[in-house]
Every structure is written in structure tokens, then in C-alpha cells.
Design a protein around this ligand. Structure first.
Ligand code: CAA
Length: 420
């Protein structure tokens, strides 16, 4: 949408994303097992909301409206009604209009879209949060819960790990169409882990991935789908993580910026927002993300910018193939050409269009409701020089986020300009 009222992100807070293979994640062989437990959904909501207020010097009573993105709190934590849960995290929000928003893995992006649209309608100071806890169930049971983002009656039977299977199918179609090698897809994983290894908040911060491991099946990197046709097209290294975490940020109008005592230099401006929704019951040709491409066309049309203007991007890499498909849907590469961007290092932190500098969903982790919020904050951090070991050498002036729910069914894109 075109934004007649200017919108700014002034910062926020992302908790560490943790789960299996993260050194702080408590499981039966962890030395602290029995002494402490992993943070709960409530803990993550509180940490993210309080962190966002502290980081921006905002008080909860200054926030006029808030939204929280979450996909399946009811299934993993037996907890719904998370608008009221967010109020509990910051008592100054009491009796304000606060609600939970759901759009599968784009729930965080939708929460952000609500804030941007509300600012168009006259709101000045908002909070946007996202949260998910997924480690309360095994990855196999979680596969069933997450399958609710697909057309369950039609697609659940593909495999116990329904989403890995759906994207294995896209990998097969894409590789058959364009002759892309396993090594080329493996490079996406190597980049994700290398970036995550520089990021103290990342789920995979201490797990390394080399090209030999990522480019072929092996004992460290099994193909794990039971679906025989799709099995060769999805290895562990291709997958985003089953992570817990939360993220929250403060999004304001021009008046809100002044009210909070901030200048434009403290903020990044949201210069475009595009939300597109596909049909859950039918699928398009799988070699392309058609809903994302439609959202991108609208975003570029409304901002007057082109893919070549983007200096940093956070794209939804729920699987390695998704990152390549995102490059093509967003116009960073032509059909079948995405792998070259990774091979040539162009999407590395030091490249000309760095993508997923903190590790993306594969390396940073994917607590699904938090992802769309974390992506915006990652652009904020890169633009403000706050990324430490994974900071880009030159501060980018234009950034893009692409958050996707389901199999390219709900898509929220944002475009940002650095004002500092
Ligand atoms: N050889 C063969 N198979 C093996 C194996 C080996 N060496 N090791 C493990 N496996 C198999 C086993 O069958 C195992 O399941 P069981 O233990 O139940 O038998 C299965 O692989 C998983 O193994 P683990 O549980 O030990 O592995 P894990 O906990 O590390 O999980 C993962 C790995 C399955 C890849 C998990 O990280 C995962 O599911 N990732 C994807 C998460 C996901 O789908 N997120 C949503 C993305 S989609 C999106 O973003 C859009 C949306 O709206 C949903």
C-alpha cells in the first residue's frame, strides 16, 4: 500500500532463538537438566515486549495499540488469546486495544501490517510483537501442528513432516526445470550457518556447516522424509529450525516520533508495505512463488523503487529452496538464475545484496510467529550499525523484508529507508 502518513520503526528487541543444538536449550543430556527449564510462551512475550520498551525508551502507557503475531500457541503451549497475554507483559497496556494476529508463518508480518495500516488511520504509537514456542513437542508432532498452515485435508498425507515435504516437492520441480545442482542449493545452507555463527542470538550459532556436508546426504545430514519420491530432495541442512523465541518493536507515525523525543536519525522509515494472499485450496506452478511475485510487483510499483535499489534483504528461507525462489520472485534474479547470486557471493554479508545476514530461518531460527517481526528489526539493526560481527561494511540505505505464511499463501513485504 502507498503510505500517505509516514511510518517509522524506532527499534525493538529480539530474544535469543533457541531449540535443539543450541547450547542453552535444556534437554535430558544438558548439564542443567532438572535444575532449570526452557523459557515459556509467557516468558518470551514478556522479554520481547519489555525489551522493546527499554530499547526505545518508550513506556507502555505511551503505546496506543498493539498486535502480537502467533501461529499455534494453542497446540504447542495450550494457550490462545495472546492479545491479553501481551497486555500482561507490559501493564501500561492494560485496557488498550491489543490483539493477536494469525497468518501461519507470516503472523509476525501481518501484525506489522496492522500497525502500518493503523498509523494510516491516525494512530501514532504502536507495539508489534511476535512469538512462538515449538519445542514442547517432538519435531514429528510439531510437523503435524505446522501442517495446519497447509491445506490439511489434501496435503497432510504427503509426509509426517508436511512442510519439509511440500518444499522438497518445490525443490524437485525447480531442479527439474532449471538443472540446479545439489551443491548450489547447499551453498544457501552454508551461507546461513556462517552468518548464524557470527550472531549471538542465533539458534545455530555454534553449529558449523561446510559445503561437503550441505551438498549431499550423509550421516550428519540425512534425508529424513518417509515419502520415497520426495526423500532425496530434503536434507536436515535444508531446513529452518524448530525454535522458540520472541521479538517486538515500536512502530510510530511522524507525530509519534516527536512525542517519543526521537529524530528521523533514530529511525528507519517504512516506505512501502505489500500484503498478498494466495488460494489455500489450490496450488500454482511450483517452480515460482507466485503470491510473493505479485506482492513484489505491487511493492515496487508503489514505492517507485526496483529490485536493484535494495541494499539488504531479509527473506523467508523456511527451506534453502525458498531462499532461491524468493530471489526470483523479488526480482533479484531471473528464473533459474538465483543460485548464481549465492555462488558468486553476491548475497553474502560483504556482497552487493546481502540477504539474511543474521542467518535467516535456517541459521538464526524460525519461531514462526516471531519471524516477521525479527526480520524488520534485522533491517533496522543493519541500517543502524548494530549487528556486531555480522555488520555489513557499509550501512545500507534501502532494505526489504519478505515474510511468507504456508506454501506461498500469505505474504507480507516491507520496504525501508535508512534516515540516519
Ligand atoms: N537418518 C534417517 N532419518 C533420520 C536420521 C538419520 N540419521 N536422523 C533423524 N532422522 C529422522 C527420524 O525419522 C526423526 O524422526 P523420529 O525421531 O520421530 O523418528 C526425524 O528425522 C527428525 O529427527 P530429529 O527429531 O532428531 O531431528 P530434529 O529435532 O533436529 O529435527 C527437522 C530436524 C525435522 C529437520 C526439524 O528441524 C524440522 O522439522 N524443521 C522444519 C520446521 C518447519 O517445517 N517449520 C515451518 C517452515 S514452513 C513455513 O515457514 C511456512 C508456514 O506457514 C508453516
Amino acid at each position: 500500500m502507498a503510505l500517505p502518513r509516514r511510518v517509522f520503526v524506532i527499534g525493538g528487541h529480539t530474544t535469543p532463538f533457541i531449540g535443539k543444538k543450541h547450547p542453552d536449550f535444556i534437554w535430558k543430556r544438558h548439564p542443567d537438566f532438572g535444575k532449570r527449564t526452557n523459557p515459556t510462551l509467557e516468558d518470551y512475550i514478556t522479554a520481547a515486549a519489555q525489551g522493546a520498551l527499554d530499547a526505545t525508551g518508550t513506556t507502555a502507557d505511551q503505546v496506543e495499540k498493539a498486535w502480537i503475531g502467533n501461529f499455534v500457541g494453542e497446540l504447542f503451549s495450550s494457550q490462545g488469546h495472546l492479545g491479553a497475554a501481551l497486555v500482561g507483559a507490559a501493564p501500561g497496556l492494560r485496557y488498550k486495544p491489543v490483539m493477536r494476529v494469525e497468518g501461519a508463518c507470516a503472523s509476525g508480518g501481518l501484525a506489522f501490517a496492522c500497525a502500518v495500516e493503523s498509523i494510516q488511520a491516525g494512530t501514532d504509537v504502536t507495539m508489534v510483537a511476535g512469538v512462538e514456542v515449538q519445542t514442547t513437542a517432538s519435531a514429528r508432532t510439531g510437523g503435524d501442528y505446522l501442517a495446519r498452515a497447509s491445506h490439511y485435508a489434501r496435503e497432510r498425507g504427503l509426509d509426517d513432516f508436511t512442510f519439509p515435504a511440500l518444499f522438497a516437492r518445490r525443490t524437485k520441480v525447480y531442479r527439474d526445470a532449471f538443472g540446479v545442482s545439489e551443491e548450489d542449493i547447499g551453498r544457501v545452507s552454508v551461507k546461513a550457518y556462517a552468518n548464524a555463527n557470527k550472531n549471538p542470538l542465533a539458534h545455530m550459532r555454534s553449529v558449523t556447516m561446510d559445503l561437503e556436508t550441505a551438498a549431499g546426504e550423509g550421516p550428519r545430514n540425512p534425508c529424513f522424509l518417509a515419502n520415497e519420491e520426495l526423500n532425496p530432495y530434503m536434507k536436515m541442512s535444508d531446513c529452518s529450525q524448530v525454535s522458540d523465541g520472541g521479538s517486538a518493536m515500536i512502530v510510530v507515525s511522524e507525530d509519534g516520533l516527536k512525542r517519543l523525543g526521537k529524530t528521523e536519525a533514530d529511525a528507519i522509515e517504512v516506505i512501502g508495505l505489500s500484503h498478498a494472499t494466495g488460494d489455500l485450496w489450490t496450488d500454482d506452478d511450483e517452480s515460482r512463488l507466485h503470491t510473493t511475485a505479485a506482492a513484489a510487483e505491487r511493492l515496487y510499483g508503489e514505492t517507485g523503487l526496483a529490485a536493484s535499489d535494495v541494499g539488504v534483504a531479509e527473506v523467508h528461507d523456511c527451506f534453502t529452496i525458498t531462499e532461491l525462489l524468493m530471489y526470483e520472485a523479488l526480482g533479484f534474479a531471473g528464473p533459474g538464475q538465483a543460485a548464481a547470486l549465492v555462488r558468486e557471493g553476491r548475497t553474502d554479508i560483504s556482497g552487493d545484496i546481502p540477504v539474511n545476514t543474521g542467518g535467516g530461518l535456517v541459521g538464526f531460527g524460525h519461531p514462526v510467529g516471531a519471524t516477521g517481526v525479527k526480520q524488520v528489526l534485522e533491517i533496522f539493526r543493519q541500517m543502524k550499525g548494530q549487528c556486531g560481527a555480522y555488520q555489513m561494511p557499509t550501512l545500507p540505505s534501502v532494505g526489504l523484508t519478505a515474510n511468507m505464511g504456508g506454501n506461498d499463501k500469505t505474504v507480507v513485504l516491507g520496504m525501508y529507508r535508512n534516515l540516519g
